[in-house]
Design a protein around this ligand. Structure first.
Ligand code: UGA
Length: 433
């Protein structure tokens, strides 16, 4: 099929590349000339495992193309996906001006029947507004609006797209549903067809539930810490119940990234606008904020004052396998340590370049390896769940440090082993070893 994706950011580019990979002809549109120029030169603006080969292969095969022209895009695709940013506003609600603008742009150039698909994460009822907008500016044209939310995770986006758990198609027209089934026919995944509003809600409800799972285990971790239990054992025990499942029960210093914090705030704002405030999600946010504060308190308790202390921080990205530092708890941690006068040395396998652009960067020392970061350090802090941190030679770490304190904000390490090696080890919800 001929497919157009408007917005070539994280979701748009990865989705476009995967559609091309399964044989569709894809035209990706973006109004950022620089971004399109880079893509045309074969440069991928984001780090996402497997994406560069996918883009290269499909560009060379002629199935994946790029343009800055919305008119060209709308003319090309039978199905036009909207994948533009939906950033948060100060009150947590979603800023929909990019969606509205694209709807108007589509209306100005559309001349034949199109399926307009909302891929961006949007509040419930947005599809109706997109349809109203197009109808207002192009009353003579027939079209259908569809909601088709995206469930990919950064760091494994290609895999999530190629092998999705489910495809959600929210549509009110048989013609649009048939075309959307065609788009997803090459993918081996169950398809759930719903009305547009339900599809929009599924996205916010899914992300909020996952964040709730994380805050749930984090709240349990606080009880474990005080009562002498180990949250890893508790998570294993409850996760073996198939109704609960072990995924997203990793206790830590909290969730971050460009999705969960924003989507939970948006869902709360929507619930308030609709007159049914979702108080439970406010608690999810509150627990998430507490985790970093509790963790910082443990660091302060151990070092007494942070001023002039040399602290190594491993991890800057909001999670492993990505260079993304947007709303990263690791960055918040680093900023707090610096504000309190600590000398902070940082290392991250992928996110160093992005971190160099932060305001705090001039007060950080950027190390070339985890080992280099701990030189003369009085404590090492693990802030991102990169598996390679667990494989570091900790005897060598200890030899380089001034005092052997390890604060593991992602429960990556084995407390007993760390104690054996002579470290004072503190994870999340598992006491001190
Ligand atoms: C999340 C969802 O998982 C995707 O399904 C969704 O499509 C995406 O948001 C989106 O809305 O676009 P993502 O933010 O890329 O994906 O990453 P996750 O793997 O969900 O991790 C989010 C945060 O939760 C990270 O900071 C991670 O460290 C934290 N986390 C995750 C935990 O603290 N514990 C866990 O058990 C799992």
């Amino acid at each position: 099929m001929k497919l157009t994706i408007i917005g070539s950011g994280y979701v748009g580019l990865t989705t476009g590349a995967c559609f091309a990979e399964v044989g569709h002809e894809v035209l990706c549109v973006d109004n950022n000339q620089q971004k399109i120029d880079r893509l045309l030169r074969g440069e991928i603006p984001i780090y996402e495992p497997g994406l560069d080969e996918l883009v290269k292969r499909n560009t060379e095969a002629g199935r994946l193309r790029f343009t800055t022209s919305t008119a060209e895009g709308v003319d090309f695709g039978e199905v036009v996906f909207i994948a533009v940013p939906t950033p948060p506003q100060p009150d947590g609600s979603v800023d929909l001006r990019f969606i509205e603008k694209v709807a108007r742009e589509i209306a100005q150039v559309v001349t034949s029947y199109k399926v307009i698909v909302d891929k961006s994460t949007v509040p419930v009822n947005t599809g109706e507004k997109v349809a109203d907008t197009i109808r207002r500016y192009a009353p003579e044209v027939t079209f259908d609006v569809v909601s088709n939310p995206e469930f990919l995770r950064e760091g494994c986006a290609v895999d999530d797209l190629m092998k999705p758990d489910r495809i959600v198609i929210g549509a009110n027209s048989e013609k649009a549903i048939a075309l959307m089934r065609g788009v997803y026919a090459p993918f081996d995944a169950p398809v759930l067809v719903t009305d547009i509003n339900s599809a929009e809600l599924i996205k916010h409800a899914a992300n909020s539930f996952l964040a709730l799972k994380i805050s749930y285990i984090n709240a349990v971790s606080q009880i474990c810490e005080i009562s002498g239990a180990d949250v890893e054992m508790v998570a294993a025990g409850i996760g073996m119940d198939r109704r609960i499942g072990r995924n997203f029960l990793n206790a830590g210093i909290g969730y971050g990234g460009s999705c969960f914090p924003k989507d939970i705030a948006a869902f709360i704002a929507i619930s308030e606008q609709l007159g049914v405030p979702f108080h439970l999600l406010k608690e999810v946010q509150a627990v998430n904020r507490q985790m970093l504060q509790r963790f910082l308190k443990h660091i302060r308790d151990a070092l007494w004052v942070l001023e002039d202390k040399r602290i190594a921080v491993w991890g800057l990205a909001f999670k492993n396998n990505t260079d993304d530092i947007r709303s990263s708890v690791a960055i918040e941690l680093v900023e707090t340590l610096v504000k309190e006068g600590a000398h902070v040395t940082v290392y991250d396998p992928k996110a160093m370049e992005n971190a160099r652009h932060l305001e705090v960067a001039e007060r950080l020392i950027f190390a070339n390896s985890p080992l280099e970061a701990v030189d003369e350090a009085e404590a090492v802090v693990i802030a991102t769940e990169w598996p390679e941190f667990a494989a570091v030679d900790f005897a060598a770490v200890k030899a380089r440090m001034r005092s052997p304190l390890v604060f593991d904000g992602r429960n990556l390490l084995d407390p007993a082993r760390m104690a054996e090696l002579g470290f004072m080890y503190r994870g999340i919800g598992r006491g001190v070893s």
